[in-house]
Design a protein around this ligand. Sequence first.
Ligand code: PLP
Length: 385
Amino acid sequence: MLTDAPITETLLPVYSTFPLRAVAGHGSWLVDDAGQEWLDAYGGHAVASSGHSHPDVVAAIADQAAKLIFYSTAVPHAGRERLADTLVRLSPPPLNRVFFCNSGAEANENQLNLARRKTGRSTVVTMRGGWHGRTAATLACTDGERYEAGARRAGVPLSRKVTFNDIAELEGAMDDSVAAVLLEPVQGFSGARTATTEFLQAARALCDRHGARLLFDEVQCGVGRTGSFTAAEHFGVIPDAIAMAKGLAAGLPIGAVVAAPSLVDDIRVGDLGSTFGGGPVPCAAALANIAVIEREGLLNNVREVSAQLVSGARALPHVVEVHGRGFLLGLELDRPAAEVQRALWDHRVLTGTSTDPRTLRLLPALSFAADEANLLLDALRAVLR
Ligand SMILES: Cc1ncc(COP(=O)(O)O)c(C=O)c1O
């Protein structure tokens, strides 16, 4: 349970909030207005990939802002081009074409649009437990009555939902009206539930058999969070496109679709667009963020510290199972996760919950260090007595 107290009545009361006002951040730490430090195992909702306000990212933003804050895509910009090349270098072949937008929902919206455009079909198959955003098209693909209701009100047909990792059910949902299968290789909101490699391989084969496109939503699990830059690479299954956002620019809004040429080979001027997409400042932040991830060996850090967290968490009382990969972990408990999340506040530790009321979600910065993992495990041990 987060606090629901409105801070000002001018803001719509749509967000539950943590019990602090942050005035600063560094690495995996937030500093509140009383000068107290909070250990952030929530990573600003999987956004602070190189940590909060990494000096290199701050410098890149300041430098680019001083030179040119913004010009639209009517003017070519080296940072946008370099970032596209970098994402292609870090994505599995043949994914080598990039479109920039501003958020995770937008990235999914655009990859759905590309799949529908290419196939001339409209039906989409998605997973139970999947979460894809709050535009009308992505609400239609997100699991949960309150989300689907929004799509229904907008007159957008709902996706066909199948049980995650159930190959037979997926097979039953596929026919020649399906434009795309959209899924998170590691589901975030549902509590860090991981796809099996067999399921992803079957999804690939079924899409190929029916002429549909396979789309990965890596908005939460991508950009290094599973310990490889893309989750696709981790599973060895290559989709037709990947949506990225959250951790890409360590806090500035950006979204990207990285697509196979076969999905976009007939794209022409005006087919897609976004005023702010790929703006100079978010691109500078993303380039600096990725440079930090590479230079500081953060993918390796994710793999090592994740193993420490998983084995440490498995040894705790009241932990039934640890789900997920890398730094997208779900601690399934024998008690309400919201109570544990709240109890951790007394230790000034931030974690996330999920749609499974008994799963506590951990999504720290990719730089979350071994000693910080120990602090988190100590706090969990104190709370789970
Ligand atoms: C897997 C996934 N897809 C899409 C989104 C939507 O991203 P945004 O809030 O940037 O639109 C989220 C946000 O939490 C997400 O976790």
